[in-house]
Each structure stands twice: as C-alpha cells, then as structure tokens.
Design a protein around this ligand. Structure first.
Ligand code: 2RA
Length: 340
C-alpha cells in the first residue's frame, strides 16, 4: 500500500527533480499526478522509466490524494496550496510563502525531524531555501557538540537557483562572449553573469541585506536554534548547478578541527572530502546529481577563541529543494501517514 502523490510545478527545474528523486528513492507511490500551469498543459515529464502528461493545476481536485509536493513559486502556492490542504492532502511547499509562519513547520529531516508532527495545524510543511538547507545539515551536528554562537557565511550560488531562465541567460551570454552577434542584454540578472559574479539575490531590504541573506538568518534560527547569530552575503556565480558556501562558525566552547571533521564524517546527509592537497576538496561541478552535502576545508579560525572555517557544497536542486522535499515526504510516511 503506497501513497497518491502530486507534484505541482512538474515542468520546472525543481519539479522535474522531485519526480526524478521520488523514483530514484523508490518512494511508495500508488499513483502520481504531475501538475503544471495551463501554458504547459500536456507537457510530458519523466517519472522513473515512465512518461506522464501534465494536468492543469488550476482545475485539479486534490481530494483523495495523500501528499502534494509544490514547486510553483509563492504566487500560485498562495492560490492552490490551501485548496490542497483543505482537501486533506498534506502540502510540502518549496516556496518561501509559509517558511516563516509559526504554525507551519520548516524542516530539514537530518536536522529537525521531530518538527514534522506540527504538520496537522495547517496540513502544510515548508521546505527551506536552498542555501539554508545545505548549511544547516553541516551546522547541526557541530551545534550539538559545541553550541554555535555566530555564523558568517558567503554563498556562491548557481544560476539554476533562478530557474531555467537563469540557466539560459548564463548559456546565452557565455556564447555571446565568443560570438558578439549573439549578444543578449541581462534580463534575469541585474548585470552580466557570464564571467562575472553578482552580490545580489532576491530584493534589497531596508537594512541593506538582500532577502536571500535575510532568509538564511531567519531560517537557520527556526530550524536549529533562535539564539544563533547569522550574517550572510549571497552571491550569484556563473555555475549552472551547485551552491557553494564559505562558512565561519564561532562556538560557545572550543571545538578542535579534527574532532569537527570526525563528527561531520558520521553526520547524516554529510560527506567530508577534506585533504590539504591539490583537489582535496569539493567543487560544485562534482556535486551535481548527488544527495550529499559535501564539506571541505575544515580548519581552525585562529583569529577568535572558538572558531572554525569550512566549505560547504551541495546540489541546490536536490538537497537545496527537491531531495529535501522528498525526504520530508518520507518522514511523513514513516512517522505520520503510515500505510500498509
Ligand atoms: C536562488 N535560493 O538561488 C534562491 C531561490 N532558489 O535563486
């Protein structure tokens, strides 16, 4: 006995990965429905070795369906997620719409699985921002050992975080550098992204942070511990898939780099690749398609008493979005919606 599962936003980067990962992890699916906007109606998407035609999100009846993975952005989520939840279908939403609602759990299964029990308040669970998810997977086991006081993070975020349009823009601009006649002005990003980096993701806020940076602060507090101070600089880089983060952590007590490395080696969802030699670290191109959160460059920060530096890399479409959502569905299945 399995579940009747819906993927809303099935033709987008994240929606397609949700279908791939449901199949790869052999999630117990009795029936699958792939939903898209009217303009993508009928588009065929893959689910394992099957091909399924998308149905219209606008007219879909969620009654009798168990779980709906949403990857449609905040606007359509606001319109359709409550409809699904009211019909008794548990929504796992990848947009930022519900992440900061105190009545809706924000979950990274390796970090705060117990929060899944809070789903019933609104029948909705929120998936964190991609840049937050990979970071908290690495931080939680260290926090449990030496209590984190402060985190300073700089991100190097791939263009796939901005969707297919972001990937197309990098591709087109890169070609145009060699074929000026192909030149296309920046549209998705504020400046040229090919051979460039842009210190601006999402909108600017009153205090000079961008909303992407604010998300990392607020979500880390909600997922791990509200006492942790976080400051972030989020940067878009000319990489197709894979977010990287340079993370500096200050603890309440001293944590030796070797002990930290051993803790991370044993931690759920983490893969430590950390040798002080050529190539002894992970780069984003190597994480694509993998489930793991990779940690490299673990070293003491000798400028403060209890500090560590590290490099964290993960596939932003997987652990940063689709994989985390499927893992929440697994958690729901194992702890709440037991079947069969
Ligand atoms: C980005 N984290 O990378 C945002 C949304 N996926 O653009």
């Amino acid at each position: 006995m399995g579940y009747r599962v819906v993927v809303a936003g099935a033709t987008g980067n994240v929606g397609r990965e949700m279908l791939n990962i449901l199949a790869e992890r052999q999630f117990p699916v009795d029936e699958i429905a792939a939903l898209a906007s009217r303009k993508s109606l009928g588009t065929e998407v893959s689910f394992g070795d099957k091909t399924i035609k998308t149905k219209d999100l606008d007219t879909f009846d969620f009654t009798g369906w168990d779980i709906a993975l949403f990857a449609v952005g905040s606007g359509p989520t606001k319109e359709y997620a409550p409809k699904a939840a009211k019909a008794g279908c548990v929504v796992i939403d990848n947009s930022s719409l519900y992440r900061y609602d105190p009545d809706i759990p924000l979950i990274v299964p390796e970090v705060n699985p117990e929060a899944v029990m809070g789903y019933a308040k609104k029948n909705i669970i929120a998936n964190p921002n991609c840049s937050t998810a990979q970071m908290v997977v690495a931080l939680k086991p260290l926090h449990d050992r030496a209590k984190i006081k402060r985190v300073v993070v700089s991100t190097y975020q791939s263009v796939s975080g901005a969707g297919k349009d972001g990937m197309d823009e990098l591709w087109d601009q890169t070609k145009a550098v060699y074929n000026p006649t192909d030149d296309k002005p920046a549209k998705k990003f504020t400046k040229q992204i090919a051979f460039n980096v842009i210190p601006h993701i999402d909108v600017f806020m009153e205090d000079g942070q961008t909303k992407e940076e604010w998300k990392m602060v607020v979500e880390t507090k909600k997922i791990i511990d509200p006492s942790i101070k976080v400051t972030a600089t989020c940067v878009r880089v000319p990489v197709f898939v894979g977010h990287s983060e340079a993370v500096n952590v200050e603890f309440e007590e001293f944590l030796d780099e070797d002990e930290a490395r051993e803790i991370l080696r044993e931690a759920p969802g983490c893969m430590v690749i950390d040798k002080r030699e050529n190539g002894g670290y992970v780069t984003p191109i190597e994480c694509v398609g993998d489930f793991a959160t990779f940690i490299s460059r673990i070293r003491q920060d000798s400028t403060i008493d209890n500090g560590l530096n590290m490099w964290i890399v993960s596939d932003n479409l997987r652990k940063g979005a689709a994989l985390n959502a499927v893992q929440i569905a697994e958690l729901l299945g194992n702890r709440v919606l037991k079947k069969g």
